[in-house]
Design a protein around this ligand. Structure first.
Ligand code: AMP
Ligand code: FE
Ligand code: FE
Ligand code: ZN
Length: 277
């Protein structure tokens, strides 16, 4: 049994609907899936229903952008209660900031004589949690860039002229938000952020796990994080970070988390729900 625990739909910057994603998961032979859209859980109910229809175990999730000591880290929350008022309230704030960030990015593009309209981006995104990939897709759609890589390389990446930083909560606040919603907090793709030295303080702040398996992790990178997970007694997770067709080919099912890691994750969540006295 294999799981893919890092997936995006069109409720954030993926291109698949929850139903399409669940279908593809079934075709890829997955036994369990999580939906980890950026700053939203809106797709979780539909994804849960679609997974149930295929006999696939569904784990609710989200991916938050957090900050620790000036570094950006992405935090995955698993098993969160998708109706938790505090969680929904905070996410609403992040979404509002994401929406004004689109206006800021478009303004910067306009100053560079790229007459893209914010309205075009919002129409294309058609979600509460828009991000840079939507601006990138709009730039391609309107013929200002040949492809997404060009859009990011010329305009949207850090240090490029239309880059606008994202609102980042502190890692401690993000971990507490996830815990408060009954979830487990996991550091996403540590190999991408290269922030190994921050792991001990995040462990002190309550980090539960680390995403050892990810599309952008080489086998040796995964090995490296498996050792770190063992050293700090962290849960091990993994997923493809599939965004549908947003970044080339759909990646769903290309990173497979083994059943024993999934069982430990489920057991940790059960233990959290029913603490022994
Ligand atoms: P944001 O959350 O708005 O800062 O956007 C971050 C998203 O952009 C993440 O999902 C990244 O994987 C995605 N991204 C970064 N670089 C590229 C690229 N070259 N092409 C497509 N998507 C990208
Ligand atoms: Fe994304
Ligand atoms: Fe991420
Ligand atoms: Zn992601």
């Amino acid at each position: 049994m294999f799981a893919d625990l890092h997936l995006h739909t069109n409720f954030s910057d993926g291109t698949f609907t929850p139903e399409e994603l669940a279908d593809r998961g079934q075709k890829a032979g997955l036994g369990a899936m999580s939906l980890t859209d950026h700053d939203t859980v809106e797709g979780c109910a539909r994804m849960a229903a679609a997974c149930a229809g295929h006999g696939i175990r569904f784990i609710s999730g989200t991916e938050l952008t957090a900050e620790i000591e000036g570094n950006e880290v992405h935090l995955l929350g698993y098993f969160i209660d998708v109706e938790n008022p505090k969680l929904l309230g905070e996410m609403k704030k992040y979404q509002t900031v994401r929406q004004s960030r689109i206006h800021e990015m478009v303004k910067k593009l306009n100053e560079l004589n790229i007459p893209l309209k914010a309205e075009t981006v919002f129409k294309l995104a058609n979600c509460q949690s828009p991000g840079r990939p939507h601006v990138g897709r709009a730039l391609v759609q309107e013929g200002y860039c040949a492809n997404m890589d060009e859009a990011f390389d010329r305009f949207l990446k850090k240090h490029r002229p239309a880059f606008v930083p994202k609102m980042r909560v502190s890692a401690l606040d993000a971990i507490e938000l996830v815990h408060n919603a009954g979830g487990l907090a996991v550091m996403a793709h540590p190999g991408l952020n290269r922030t190994d030295e921050l792991i001990p303080s995040m462990v002190d702040q309550g980090l539960d796990g680390i995403e050892c398996y990810h599309t952008k992790h080489s086998p040796s990178t995964s090995e490296h994080y498996l050792k770190i997970a063992a050293r700090y007694n962290l849960l091990v997770t993994g997923g493809s970070d599939c965004h549908g067709y947003s970044k080339g080919k759909p990646l769903i099912g290309t990173v497979k988390l083994a059943g024993d890691h999934l069982e430990k994750l489920i057991a940790a969540h059960e233990a959290r729900k029913n603490p022994r006295r």
